[in-house]
Ligand binder design. Sequence first.
Ligand code: PMP
Length: 407
Amino acid sequence: FTDLDIADIRAQFPILKREVKGKPLVYFDNAATSQKPQMVIDALVDYYSNYNANIHRGIHTLAEEATAAFEATRDIVQKHINAADRSQVLFTKGTTEGINLVAQTWGRANLKAGDEVIISGMEHHSNIVPWQIVCGEKGAILKVIPVTDKGELDMEVFYGLLSERTKFVSIVHVSNALGTVNPVKDIITAAHNVGALVLVDGAQSTVHLDIDVQDLDCDFFAFSGHKMYGPTGVGALYGKADWLNEMPVYQGGGEMIKTVSFAETVYNEIPYKYEAGTPNIADVIVLKSAFEFIEQLGKSKIRAHEDELLVYGENLLLDIDGLKIIGQAASKVSLTSFVIDGIHPQDVGILLDNKGIAVRTGHHCAQPLMDRCEIPGTIRASYAVYNTKEEIDVFVDALKKAVRILR
Ligand code: PMP
């Protein structure tokens, strides 16, 4: 049950007023990127209209205002994910950069030949490739936790993979292709027992679940702003202070230094040590409004609404002859991935677009998972707080018509 006023929430998203192919837009591609509320759009316009300036170095008024707003986002991220200190929040361009940062700094400094890194069979390419790169360089071995037929991690196999050779575990919190919520706390505890560090890929979880990095006890946590009603091009990486202090720097340049001479450079303290160059000031500032939007509504209410949509949608979808839902984990959020016998996902996507309905079709940047399921890809409908049961009715109706045409 939720008392959110969805009509009022929808009114805050200007894009939901538009039509696509002469039909009202039904936007079910939220796992790729969510739409932005007016308060987020206004914050961007306000920054460029009123206090655009470079940060940290200037002593003039605009620079001070921009710096204060930029650092205020660090504070809201710290509070929202319950980091112990604001210096543990590093701004990145998104989840991908956060994972690459850890692989390129911690990984290059610590991995040796024969060491093992564990990921899972449901990782997004951004949590596979950075580890392949560093493992390849260091002669370390990448191990993979298999995915069960229900779309869950095979935890027994995971426990069996752990040994004193395991140095790092990098795991997705919520799968973008299946919606599965993984038992990250159990994974972290077990990994710590063998002395391994853990990174949690929070790209899909941060918008739906309460995140408490201290309770999780993860070593790193990465997420992207654009999947949580915020702007593209910005995200954050949380890290435990000991690791962030100890790790080598990521990129060199301005801002990440204390002093530079040709003989020697002294690096800045965390978080600035990892923030070389002029950052994405505008979008970092705007990210604060996205957190405020979510906090105003309350994550548990957002989740309750999305759960209702998920159950409602899956019941209707299962009525369609030959439709199979890929991923039926006991704990799942906000998206349904499915295939239909004899019909290519892409063809369905095109026919739905003709009706103004945006879904994702394809491998969802999780090709190894698609191989595991022996399918080329799925059709994915992913929901946000502004979606409605009426939109699901429109979607299922259009889907039934598409199936009739394609069969
Ligand atoms: N991990 C997961 C689970 C994702 O869904 C995504 C985005 N699709 C990413 C990582 C990468 O995020 P970004 O492209 O914002 O860096």
